[in-house]
Design a binder for this molecule. Structure first.
Ligand code: NAP
Length: 295
């Protein structure tokens, strides 16, 4: 007997490619209208391999859609004060529409201080308190990129969130917390947020029509924790090393995909699910920042 897939695999690569095509088209229109082409600046501190890879993907994406970009690299010995001064410059640079400071930063630099120094109108990662708070507005400024990408997946796969029981596992400032607010404010869902101190996690995850997991612990979500027919979005991305993997490592989500997928109506893979959507959101935010600044 041939096993037939009963679930739909949410293809983040395909949706991100569609979004990039739409943005490319818009860049062409902006040029024809004599308007400003979006310009993204990227600040990278230190030489962390994973950060370099993420930044390379962002530069590649800018090239694909026709954005201008500037890479700014600093040694990991740079002081917080010096980095803040560089951020001041980019804040003031009228040619730069949006910029990001790639995380993580060296331990002597305060992520919060750096993030809060970015002008909210240029904060295309959506990390500042202003943009976090603007989620509850009817017309948010720039949405936090990864949760924005998850909401876009719901939209483009026609996954209804209104009135659904959504459980978000992970309550971080970058993913779980903003996503839960977006699901309440824009998705009209009934939202439960779980975190490290949640007692009996499975009790909550089993109630979920839509389960989003953003923790960073491979295998955390097993088949017995998921309701039949649930939509499962796995944000978790952990680099697991081992000689069995082609490049010596593999990226693993938080969900035991093989066991969980047959119970789902929709599920994201890792890699190829939420990951590509984060970059697509960054491009969408950069385009929005440009158009807001140059109406
Ligand atoms: P984070 O800041 O470490 O937050 C993890 C969250 O999970 C925290 O809220 C933590 O609770 C909670 N948690 C820890 N152990 C738990 C457990 N056993 N049960 C339930 N909750 C638990 O990480 P993050 O930045 O949100 O990222 C989460 C994952 O998503 C990581 O794997 C990261 O690599 C990935 N990620 C992927 C993308 C992408 O584009 N695909 C983007 C961003 C992040 P406490 O708050 O109580 O500590």
């Amino acid at each position: 007997m041939v096993d037939e897939k009963t679930y739909t695999l949410i293809d983040g690569r395909k949706i991100a490619a569609q979004i990039k095509e739409e943005i490319t088209q818009r860049v062409q229109e902006l040029k024809q209208e004599g308007k400003k082409v979006p310009h993204l600046a990227i600040i990278l501190v230190g030489d962390d391999g994973a950060s370099q890879t993420y930044v390379d993907h962002k530069v590649k994406a800018c090239k694909e859609v026709g954005f201008h970009y500037t890479m700014m690299r600093f040694a990991d010995t740079i002081s917080e004060e010096k980095l803040l001064k560089h951020i001041d410059q980019v804040n003031k640079d009228s040619d730069v529409d949006g910029f990001i400071v790639q995380l993580p930063l060296p331990p002597h630099i305060s992520v919060e201080r750096i993030t809060e120094h970015i002008r909210p109108e240029k904060d295309v990662d959506g990390f500042t308190n202003r943009n976090f708070g603007s989620i509850v507005s009817k017309n948010p400024l720039l949405m936090p990129a990864t949760p924005f990408g998850v909401m876009e997946l719901f939209k483009r796969y026609n996954i209804e969130t209104e009135g659904k029981s959504c459980v978000v596992v992970g309550a971080s400032r970058l993913v779980g917390a903003p996503l839960s607010m977006m699901l309440i404010e824009h998705g009209r869902a009934t939202v439960t947020v779980c975190h490290k101190y949640t007692v009996n996690l499975a009790h909550f995850t089993r109630q979920a029509d839509i389960l989003v997991v953003a923790v960073g612990k491979p295998g955390l979500i097993t088949a017995d924790m998921v309701k039949e027919g649930a939509v499962v979005i796995d944000v978790g991305t952990t680099r697991v090393e081992g000689p069995q993997f082609k490049n010596g490592y593999a990226l693993k989500g938080d969900v035991d995909f093989t066991a969980v997928a047959p119970k789902c109506s929709f599920i994201t893979p890792v890699p190829g699910g939420v990951g590509p959507m984060t970059i697509a959101s960054l491009l969408l935010n950069t385009l929005r920042a440009t158009e807001l600044r140059n109406p």
